[in-house]
Ligand binder design. Structure first.
Ligand code: NAD
Length: 295
């Protein structure tokens, strides 16, 4: 069993860390909001008052932070993880952040002789609690192999996407497909309503035809055809519109910085911005159908 430090105990980090404790690992945890550590301490983790305390004696340090800004704050500079991690430690950032920051932090770690991989996840809070997350991992084959048994305590699928930053690249490309496809499916249902075609008829036909996709068959944005989709519970999240907007903005920024033409990705980001800024940031992202219907 490993000595693991865990920083960032929010909606995702707390249940991920709990699964590590329950798998028998020795955990030291830290969050800027100290009361986030309570449940973990009750299950056997040790709470630290500083990130540096987490790094002390840790063989592996995992972070699950909001965005690139927080990752830079925790990893970089004086007292950052890159500086204070034990020689031979493995740093695993599971946050969803921009590819450039992920590459920069990994390069800084490599320069200091510390191993670092990016391992963003999909599967949401439900997957974090159930230990069924998918990890998209960027780093050297050796480091990814070292991380494997640790990640396996929190997830079901671990995919090595390539070098440092490749996990983040895979995550934002996937979520750009998701954001665009959800808007496409929502527009099709609204058009069907105008044409007098029932939701069920469109679902039955499109799900067995070339319109088939995850946004339709697993996460259908109208109530009825897929009883487990958020549309059946008033669009309670799930995956919030704010999170989708964040990922679409990361994709848009990466497309611009790397000269990739992603016009639909930019339109999807603009639509999710309007939806989120209209007061629906905390609503499930499939709820964008309500804005499309009202437009
Ligand atoms: P969250 O806001 O619930 O949790 C983030 C935690 O980090 C908070 O507890 C906060 O206090 C802590 N924190 C912030 N800055 C810190 C610092 N400098 N030092 C220590 N702790 C700090 O967010 P979340 O929903 O847990 O998401 C975390 C990451 O996972 C994000 O990058 C998000 O995009 C990604 N993600 C989330 C989901 C989801 O469904 N929630 C799904 C996939 C990926």
């Amino acid at each position: 069993m490993a000595r693991i430090g865990f920083i960032g105990l929010g909606n995702m980090g707390a249940p991920m860390a709990l699964n590590l404790v329950r798998a028998g690992h020795a955990l030291t945890v830290f969050d800027l909001t100290p009361d986030r550590t309570g449940k973990l301490v009750a299950e056997g983790a040790i709470a630290s008052e500083t990130p540096q305390g987490v790094a002390e004696g840790a063989e592996v340090i995992i972070t699950m932070l909001p965005a690139g800004r927080e990752v830079r704050a925790v990893y970089g500079g004086t007292g950052g993880l890159v500086e204070v991690a034990e020689p031979g430690a493995l740093l695993i950032d599971c946050s969803t952040i921009d590819v450039a920051t992920a590459r920069e932090m990994a390069a800084a770690a490599a320069e200091a002789g510390i191993a670092m991989i990016d391992a963003p996840v999909s599967g949401g809070v439900g997957g974090a609690e159930a230990g069924t997350l998918t990890f998209m991992v960027g780093g050297t084959p050796d480091d990814v192999m070292r991380a494997q048994p640790i990640l396996a305590a929190m997830g079901r699928s671990i995919v090595h996407a390539g070098e440092a930053g490749a996990g983040q690249a895979a995550k934002i490309c996937n979520n750009m497909i998701l954001g665009i496809s959800m808007i496409g499916v929502a527009e099709a249902f609204v058009l069907a309503e105008k044409l007098g075609l029932s939701h069920q008829a469109l679902f039955d036909i499109a799900s067995a035809s070339s319109g088939q996709c995850w946004s339709l068959t697993t996460y259908c944005p109208v109530p009825g055809p897929v009883p487990t989709s958020p549309a059946n519970r008033g669009y309670a999240p799930g995956f919030t519109a704010a999170m989708m907007l964040k990922d679409l903005e990361l994709a848009r920024g990466a497309a611009e910085a790397n000269g990739a033409h992603a016009e639909l990705g930019a339109v999807a980001a603009a639509l999710y911005r309007r939806f989120a800024e209209g007061g629906d940031a905390g609503v499930d992202f499939s709820g964008i159908i309500r804005m499309i219907r009202g437009a």
